[in-house]
Design a protein around this ligand. Structure first.
Ligand code: AOE
Length: 259
C-alpha cells in the first residue's frame, strides 16, 4: 500500500478499517476452580492479558498509518497505553452485564470476587463505574473502536519532549497528529449519524472523550496495583515488544516471564 493512503480515507472507510482490525474474542481455556485464591485469580488475569497483548500488537499494526510511524514511536505508544486499551476493551465486553466484569468469555467476575486479591476490589469498582457510564451513554460499536484507536494514537504525546529528536521521530510526531485528527473526524462522523441535534452531538463527543481521562486514571491505579504486588516479574518486556513489532512473534519468549 502507498504511504499516506490512509489520509485519503473517508471517515466511513476509516471506521470500517478500524472495525476490521478488532481482535477476536478471547478464551482462557482453563478449568477455573472457584472460589478463586489470590494466586489463581492473578494467574488467570495475567495469562489473559498476555494473550490479549499479542492480539493488541496485530490490532495496532492494522490501524491505518500506525506502521508508518518510526519503530520508537510505535513502541512508546504501545508501552504507554496498553492497560488503557485493555481496560476499554473490558468495559465494552461488560457494558451489557451490570455489576460484572467480562474479562473473557470464560472469565466473568463480579465485584465481590475481587475480595480475594488485596487491593483489586477498588480497581474493579472504578472499572465498573466507567462501564456504567458507557452503558448510560449507550456507547455504539463505531464509537468504541474510534475511542480505542484514539487511546493508541494519543497516549504518549507528552513523554516525547526532547529525548527523541531524530528526523524520523519528528516526522512521526506530525504523522501521529494527522492520524489522531482523522480518527477524531471519524468519531465525529459516527456521532453525527445518530440523528441527534447539533448541540447534543457536541455534548456526546465531550462525554465520550472525558471518559478517556477516567480510563487513564484507572489504568494508573492498575499499574500501581500491579507493581505493588509481590513476585512481580511482569515488567521489562520492552525488548520483546520490539521483537514483536519488527516481526515474527516469539510466542514462547513472551509468555515465559509471565507464566
Ligand atoms: C484489564 C483488562 C483486561 O482485558 C485484562 C486485565 C488483566 C489484568 C487486570 C487488568 C485487566 C485490570 C486491572 C487489574 C489487572 C490485575 C490487577 C489490576 C485488575 O488491578 C492485567 C494483567 C496485566 C499483566 C501484565 C502483563 C505485562 C504487561 C507488560 C506490558 C509492557 O511492558 N509492554 C512493553 C507493553 C506491551 C504492549 C503490547
Amino acid at each position: 500500500l502507498l504511504e499516506g493512503h490512509h489520509s485519503s480515507l473517508t471517515p466511513e472507510q476509516l471506521i470500517s478499517c478500524i472495525m476490521d482490525a478488532e481482535p477476536p474474542e478471547i478464551y482462557l481455556m482453563e478449568d477455573l476452580k472457584r472460589p478463586f485464591t489470590e494466586a489463581s485469580m492473578m494467574m488467570s488475569l495475567i495469562k489473559l492479558a498476555n494473550k490479549e497483548l499479542f492480539l493488541m500488537i496485530s490490532w495496532a499494526k492494522k490501524i491505518p498509518g500506525f506502521v508508518e510511524l518510526s519503530l520508537t514511536y510505535q513502541m512508546h505508544q504501545l508501552e504507554s497505553c496498553w492497560l488503557d486499551v485493555l481496560m476499554l476493551g473490558l468495559m465494552w465486553r461488560s457494558v451489557d452485564h451490570p455489576g460484572k466484569l467480562i474479562f473473557s468469555a470464560d472469565l466473568k467476575l463480579n465485584r465481590e470476587e475481587g475480595n480475594c486479591v488485596e487491593g483489586i476490589m477498588i480497581i474493579f469498582d472504578m472499572l465498573l463505574a466507567a462501564t456504567t457510564r458507557f452503558r448510560e451513554l449507550n456507547l455504539q460499536r463505531e464509537e468504541y473502536v474510534c475511542l480505542k484507536a484514539m487511546i493508541l494514537l494519543n497516549s504518549s504525546n507528552q513523554k516525547f519532549g526532547h529525548t527523541y529528536s531524530f528526523k524520523e521521530d519528528l516526522e512521526s510526531k506530525g504523522k501521529l497528529q494527522l492520524l489522531l485528527d482523522s480518527v477524531t473526524d471519524a468519531l465525529v462522523w459516527a456521532i453525527s449519524k445518530q440523528g441527534l441535534s447539533f448541540q447534543l452531538q457536541s455534548t456526546r463527543l465531550s462525554h465520550l472523550l472525558m471518559l478517556l481521562s477516567d480510563i487513564r486514571h484507572v489504568s494508573g491505579k492498575g499499574i500501581n496495583h500491579l507493581s505493588g504486588m509481590k513476585n512481580n516479574n511482569i515488567v521489562q518486556v520492552s525488548d520483546l515488544l520490539l521483537e514483536m513489532l519488527t516481526n515474527t512473534c516469539h510466542r514462547s519468549r513472551m509468555s515465559a516471564p509471565l507464566d
